[in-house]
Design a protein around this ligand. Structure first.
Ligand code: TRH
Length: 399
């Protein structure tokens, strides 16, 4: 006996790192929680998903994620599953190619098939978002582009995210509970005269980390807290500090700097880490979006591509945020300093002048980041776009 299909099937292959499944898992949760859609998530690498959500098993071919209604079922996408009937709405994340057996059963069952693309703020996205690609068997695949630009697929955002952020920022007791549960030492409040700086360092290996630490050390009267999640940038920290033994859970003091090496947090807790910080160094695409919602200045270490196309993508993001047609955006000085620091971090060299110019404009960038987060929240939310478009397609199909 076949069980009826859920509303949505999301297919995801983990190419490398956490971004592909990070986006897919977040989307599955938002569809279920905010849109009451039942979801089946197909993923080829349960180990990576279980890092983001430790409640999940790496041993089960099929499992239901606890405590969410309607349900999210996780399927280990390891071979043909001919007994599983396609859902009415299907998301192929990042062009991962649906299984042939599934594809053969879609006709007459699937109403909308979306190809979820990688994030980009480049202007060509405006012409490509929403395009249909008719397939040889008359199936229709529609392209969806997440972006900071208006009139695109927008960005993923949980309905209560910004409210939760406000509560967390203003509720010291909640922060203390969270800190204890997840073993993240909180920054100690500083006297108003000595303004502290708290920074998240989430990135790939980066030779600019050594000069960054040296420059932070020169802020002698300013206590600096660095949170560095275990992962690829930790190798650079070990080299920069000549401490090959550093592991998650360690805390190191160097002059005015306190460095905490953090264990990898469940994805649902990652946002809170960003909310604690004055400045977030992030990487890839999911942490970028979370840094935008944190409403704090960010430096983006973009995933590098072999053809160097990532530089245009980085600049497009900075342009899409730094210039705002409603209030003119950042001052030219802040826009320039922000671009320089982003380029420097991605080039893995950090000149003192670039850092000092960036620090000088940090108050303006902080205010602007808060404004940007509110502005982006007025634009399309990605899951919302998918649900609305899917239902429109359903209506067309049944009329
Ligand atoms: O892991 P990434 O480098 O992923 C990248 C990008 O998505 C890139 O575009 C893609 O081409 C490549 O993978 C294959 O960075 P990203 O996208 O920021 O994903 C990191 C995820 O890890 C994000 O969902 C947040 C999560 N995370 C936690 O859940 N806990 C943690 O402690 C940390 C540090 C991150």
């Amino acid at each position: 006996m076949h069980t009826p299909p859920p509303h949505w099937d999301i297919f995801c292959r983990v190419i490398d790192n956490f971004g592909d499944i990070g986006v897919s898992w977040r989307l599955a949760r938002i569809l279920a929680t905010d849109h009451q859609q039942s979801v089946r998530l197909w993923v080829d690498d349960l180990g990576t998903l279980a890092r983001l959500e430790p409640a999940l098993s790496t041993a089960l071919a099929r499992q239901v994620y606890p405590d969410i209604n309607p349900s999210i079922e996780i399927i280990h996408w390891a071979g043909p599953q001919p007994d599983i009937l396609p859902a009415p709405y299907v998301i192929e994340a990042f062009g991962c190619e649906l299984p042939a057996t599934y594809r053969a059963l879609m006709s007459g069952r699937t109403v909308a098939w979306f190809n979820l693309e990688y994030f980009s703020a480049e202007p060509w996205v405006l012409n490509c978002h929403g395009l249909h690609s008719p397939q040889s068997d008359h199936a229709d695949k529609q392209f969806v582009f997440p972006s900071t630009l208006p009139h695109t697929g927008g960005l993923l955002r949980e309905a209560n995210l910004l409210q939760e952020r406000q509560t967390f920022i203003h509720d010291a007791a909640e922060r203390a509970r969270w800190s204890q549960q997840w073993r993240v030492p909180l920054p100690t409040p500083t006297a108003p005269s000595s303004k502290g700086l708290t920074i998240l360092l989430f990135g790939y290996e980066n030779e600019a980390l050594a000069p960054l630490i040296n420059l932070l050390n020169t802020l002698e009267d300013q206590p600096v807290i660095l949170y560095l999640p275990e992962g690829r940038l930790l190798a650079s920290a070990r080299a920069a500090l000549n401490r090959p033994d550093l592991v998650a859970g360690d805390t190191l003091h160097q002059g005015n700097i306190t460095l905490h090496i953090l264990p990898f947090l469940p994805q649902a807790q990652f946002d809170r880490l960003l909310w604690l910080c004055d400045l977030n160094f992030v990487r890839g695409e999911d942490s970028l979006v979370r840094a935008l919602w944190a409403g704090k200045p960010l430096v983006w270490q973009i995933y590098p591509t072999e053809d160097d196309a990532h530089w245009a993508k980085l600049d497009a993001l900075l342009d899409s945020l730094g210039l705002d047609s409603f209030n003119q955006g950042l001052s030219p000085a802040a826009r320039h300093a922000w671009r320089r620091i982003n380029h420097a971090w991605n080039q893995q060299t950090l000149a003192p002048d670039d850092w000092h110019a960036f620090m000088a404009t940090l108050p303006e960038l902080s205010q602007y980041a808060e404004h940007t987060s509110s502005r982006l929240a007025q634009q399309t939310e990605l899951a919302d776009w998918l649900v609305k478009t899917a239902f429109e397609r359903l209506q067309c199909a049944t009329n």
